[in-house]
Write a protein that binds this ligand. Structure first.
Ligand SMILES: [Zn+2]
Length: 379
């Protein structure tokens, strides 16, 4: 009791208030890096597994959620991949793809997300003979129906896999462009970085560029800054997925940047958005501990950073949780959360007027409303 009183006093004295997870959930947020097959609800996994006769390690939602989470925790690549092989095996029919997409928007709504860019690799969804067009159609229908019902705006990103053939990547690039009027907003290259440089897939990226379309690439997650450089300067990416190894191009001492290489300078100058995923980086072992994460230094020096979930199921997270982590470990304030949200919206792949509309009609009024409510409450 005393502790609570003391905390209240000290927050008042500092002139700002402590943000709870509930507060953060209520705030309008934007999510740019989210994998559809990494975000299923444990209950949905169980229902779809029963329906499709897929074997699961556990049939209790809590135990199953914990199993997915443990798999994502470093050291167990086998279980991690097993997790995805289960989720993708449950997304093989139009109805099941529709359901997972629909629920992604439903969950986004519950999480206070006003714009969601979710992504997936159609190549993993052909086990029962669906064509790529049928796969993308089903996902888009689910996203659209839920978007109409819940008022969450969305964009879909088509992923190619870096360990698969460049010819297949080109096919995925063509698929993405073909659906640009139906809700696909960009193209991504995902998968294991080591040994699979993005420049192996140049034809796909050139196709996207020649069609004036949008690119994001998983780069600088597990592999060095070289991968980020290639993504930018060979492949013409507009955003970087993760990009944490950009820190290898920055010299830091006592939380100050002492020196920056040309690559980091370029990313900063050109306002290249970095899709940062805190929990995911810890779980995959890309970063050993939150105190070593470059996010706070990137943010402090004005890099265009955004916060994201990556795989909600495997990392047992939500965007609210990711922001809560940043509030707790890096002392983010309400103003910082608003700034990061606007950063993300500015970096989205939908058209400029649509982005502005969401910023000025939804995000900014949402933060104003939250502040007014707080002031009234504190008066
Ligand atoms: Zn990812």
């Amino acid at each position: 009791m005393d502790n609570v009183k003391e905390r209240k006093l000290s927050t008042k004295r500092r002139g700002h208030f402590q943000l709870t997870e509930e507060d953060i959930r209520e705030l309008p947020k934007v999510l740019l890096h989210d994998h559809l097959d990494g975000g299923l609800r444990p209950e949905t996994v169980i229902e779809l597994a029963r329906k499709n006769n897929v074997k699961l390690p556990y049939w209790d939602p809590l135990k199953l959620a914990d199993w997915f989470y443990r798999g994502a925790n470093r050291g167990s690549l086998k279980e991690y991949l097993e997790g995805f092989s289960i989720t993708t095996s449950l997304m093989q029919t139009p109805e099941d793809l529709y359901r997972v997409a629909y629920e992604a928007i439903e969950d986004a709504k519950k999480d206070g997300i006003v714009y969601l860019e979710t992504r997936f690799a159609p190549v993993f969804h052909t086990q029962k003979g669906l064509t790529y067009d049928q796969i993308v159609d089903s996902v888009l229908r689910g996203l659209k129906d839920a978007s109409i019902k819940y008022g969450v705006n969305f964009g879909l990103i088509i992923c190619a896999m870096r360990n698969m053939s460049p010819a297949l990547s080109l096919e995925m690039a063509k698929l993405a462009v073909r659906y640009r009027e139906q809700g696909v907003v960009g193209f991504d290259l995902a998968g294991d970085e080591l040994g699979y440089p993005p420049k192996d897939h140049l034809e796909a990226f050139y196709y996207i560029q020649r069609n004036n379309f949008y690119i994001t690439i998983h780069a600088g997650e597990a592999f060095g800054k070289e991968s980020i450089w290639q993504a930018l300067q060979y492949c013409g990416t507009h955003r970087i997925g993760h990009g944490i190894h950009l820190k290898d191009d920055i010299m830091v001492a006592d939380d100050q940047i002492i020196e920056m290489g040309y690559l980091a300078q370029y990313v900063l100058d050109r306002r290249v958005p970095l899709e940062i995923c805190l929990s995911s980086n810890i779980h995959t072992g890309a970063i050993p501990d939150l105190k070593y994460h470059p996010f706070p230094i990137f943010y402090k020096y004005g890099f265009r950073v955004t916060l994201n979930t990556d795989n909600r199921l495997m990392s047992s997270t939500t965007l609210t949780k990711e922001f809560s982590i940043a509030v707790k470990y890096y002392k983010l304030t309400l103003k910082d959360i608003e700034k990061l949200t606007i950063n993300a919206m500015k970096s989205a792949f939908i058209h400029f007027p649509e982005r502005l509309k969401i910023i000025y009609d939804i995000i900014k009024p949402g933060y104003i409303k939250f502040r007014e409510k707080r002031e009234k409450h504190n008066a």
